[in-house]
Design a protein around this ligand. Sequence first.
Ligand SMILES: [Ca+2]
Length: 317
Amino acid sequence: MQVKSGILQQEIKKNNFENLSLTSENHFFMPRTYHLLTRLFKIVFIGLFVTLLSCNNKEQGTMMSDSDVNASIPAPASIGFTIINAIPHDTAAFTQGLIIYNGVFIESTGLEGQSSLRKVNMQTGKVEKQHNLPKEIFAEGLTVFNDTIYQLSWQNKLVFQYDANTLKPLGSLPWSGEGWGITNNDKELIISEGSDKLYFVQPGSLKLNKVLSVRDNYGPVNNLNELEMVDGYIYANRWQYEYIIKIDPVSGLVVGLINMQDLLLKNTKKDLSYLKNRGATPTEAGAVLNGIAYDKDKKIFYITGKLWPEIFEVKLN
Ligand SMILES: [Ca+2]
């Protein structure tokens, strides 16, 4: 057996299973059971080895394909902007959505007991009409489709409808998820719920047409919040991130990035001391960017935030 194990060890060193098998079979004095066991061992060992190898390849393949996909996505283009004007804004408005309809802002404000739908003068910032929601409702984003306002609620699982001219309530539709931001592409409503997903639904029924995953060169882009459709792209702000992203609504890729860090602090001349009761900085006070409206004719964005004293008129460079 000394000789045999010597041969076996040499053969193992060669790491050649076929040679190992041939060498063993050439020993005519080998007992039959030993021969069968060796064969069985060889089959099981090779089987295990191949399985492990294929698992490993599969894992590496998945990891590589994910990073390959991300690496193949170009970094979003940086989009600069200029502030051309500032309009007063109600500092008690916990803004969740902002749009322009027939020359006025329509604004949705949140928080339980303070949620409302408003018509706001675009020059003076005065609230011209206001509809208050029941105290248990936490309102979120809004859009207008076919002269009907669709206003989301955060966790009340309802989407409220109103006549866009009179703000008269027209009823509500059930919505199974959370509601954060909403816009439309002239055919469908597009809803965000705080994840990286956008839900394209049919107006009137909220029946789901498609789900779009939003991602950039680092992977999925979550916390999608207030939305605004502009010239075929979806502009979105991300909760807890001080920038607005430009999303291709077909691929879901982020193609542009507007850095709005400290937009309020850097640009307002208003006294912000009223926020001090809520937190040391506007962000800590919850006064975060959360309103994007667009004037198609003037090609101007209107940007505000929760509890902000101003709405900024912004032209993209
Ligand atoms: Ca909007």
